[in-house]
Design a protein around this ligand. Structure first.
Ligand SMILES: Cc1ncc(COP(=O)(O)O)c(C=O)c1O
Length: 434
């Protein structure tokens, strides 16, 4: 295992960050890291310390830092044509749109490209309202959808919402959070109470007819909450009964991350009318996608424009990422290495009382920490301690959850079992200090 005793940061970059950026732009770690280089599975800080990157800047570096194939595509495109705006067609954009049609589930066919997950979700919400002529949207508590006025209103997390919801029409359904069931029930005896409750939510808090139900297949920022089998089938059935479309927010769960499938929602037997994604598609290059069925896309009226939407460099990077995932069979890798990761995290649960729950799919696995396994009182202090201790051992991880008590891991899709071992050994050693 790597056991780097890292030096405390003396970083000029961190000092300037603290002085000249909005204080709300907080960094991880008591002494924040300033990263200067990334290669493959590792990053380096400006003090010369090397780290195994097990979070990828929030599941965004998907096929390794500075992946040579992705870099080559980017460099070639920069040398050829860097910018067009959406006023002109460009080949990488058309090719990516065609590819997305081929790999997305169901009848999804037409794409709109933007720069981020926030814009992807905004576009989806607008498209659903325009296609249905309705304005109310069911979203989930514990969800995250970005930082525009619309996305902030949609999400279900007070700590990320600096203002009250500015956009009307969102109603927040109970999360399918089995570890902390909002109905204090247990699956499967619960009969999917959380999904069934969507009907009462619609009938009591909306006009009775909705534009859409928007949900992440796994609630990412919420702490890798995985809905139980049957959840989406029931929730989407209710949605359609009340005239709504289903929007799958795949910003975190796409590109093979959950193992075996391109998209997280494919683990359930439902087909979205609109799918959004971003993050891992660009391997770090800004990109957002909203893919819709022709009926939905065709009802988006008038003119629409995005200066950087469909930027040829981002599109070329995205095409290269998809090609790497296909050529290196990384969906299978995420399943195989993810299964091994899950076994190793389950061992940590057996060994350390602080671990209340282990959950996730594929290479999207998290640990929820509690003070007491019976009361399930959240233990964010444990996460803080484990963070510092794993960093000291040269391993970077992520956190999440409404209570800040979940560790999120997001190893690269091409990670090996050795990387899993390094990360789990660092977690184990860190937990021993708690
Ligand atoms: C599920 C989900 N949707 C939307 C977003 C917003 O994406 P971005 O930060 O690229 O705007 C995020 C970001 O973490 C996300 O996790």
């Amino acid at each position: 295992m790597s056991s780097v005793e890292t030096k405390p940061s003396q970083s000029e970059t961190v000092r300037k960050h603290k002085e000249f950026l909005f204080p709300a732009v907080t960094n991880y770690y008591e002494e924040p890291l300033a990263l200067v280089r990334g290669e493959g599975f590792h990053v380096w800080d400006d003090q010369g310390n090397k780290y195994l990157d097990c979070f990828g800047g929030v599941l965004t570096v998907s096929v390794g830092h500075a992946n040579p194939k992705v870099n080559e595509a980017i460099i070639n495109q920069v040398k050829t044509l860097q910018h067009t705006s959406t006023l002109y067609a460009n080949k990488p954009q058309s090719d990516l749109a065609e590819k997305l049609h081929q790999i997305t589930p169901g009848r999804l066919k037409k794409s709109f490209f933007t720069n981020s997950g926030t814009e992807a979700d905004d576009t989806a919400i607008h498209a659903a309202k325009l296609a249905t002529g309705r304005h109310e949207i069911v979203v989930l508590r514990h969800s995250y959808s970005g930082r525009s006025a619309t996305a902030l209103s949609a999400m279900g997390h007070a700590p990320w919402r600096p203002l009250p919801p500015q956009v009307a029409g969102f109603v927040h359904a109970r999360a399918p959070y089995c570890y902390r069931c909002p109905f204090k029930l247990t699956y499967p005896e619960c009969g999917l109470a959380c999904a069934n409750d969507i009907e009462e939510l619609i009938m009591t808090t909306t006009t009775g007819e909705i534009a859409a139900f928007m949900a992440e297949p796994i609630l990412g920022v919420g702490g890798f909450i995985v809905p139980p089998p049957g959840y989406f089938e029931r929730a989407v059935e209710i949605t359609r009964k009340h005239g709504g479309l289903f929007i799958a927010d795949e910003v975190q769960t796409a590109w093979g991350r959950t193992g075996d499938k391109w998209f997280g929602i494919e683990h359930w037997d439902v087909q979205p009318d609109i799918l959004t994604s971003a993050k891992g598609l660009g391997n770090g290059v800004p990109v957002g996608i909203t893919v819709a069925t022709p009926e939905v896309a065709d009802k988006y009226p008038g003119l629409t424009f995005s200066t950087f939407g469909g930027n040829p460099v981002s599109m070329a990077a995205a095409l290269a990422v998809i090609q790497v995932i296909e050529e290196e069979d990384l969906k299978t890798n995420a399943k195989v290495v993810g299964t091994y990761l899950r076994e190793r995290l389950d061992e940590l649960k057996d060994k350390h009382q602080a671990v209340g729950d282990v959950r996730g799919l594929g290479l999207m696995q998290g640990l929820e920490f509690v003070k007491d396994r019976k009361t399930k009182e959240p233990a964010p202090q444990t996460v803080a301690k484990v963070f510092e201790e794993t960093r000291r051992r040269g391993v970077l991880i992520g956190k999440g959850g409404l209570y800040g008590n979940v560790i999120r891991t997001g190893l690269m899709l091409n990670s090996t079992k050795d990387h899993v071992d390094q990360m789990v050994e660092a977690l184990d050693a860190a937990l021993a200090t708690v």
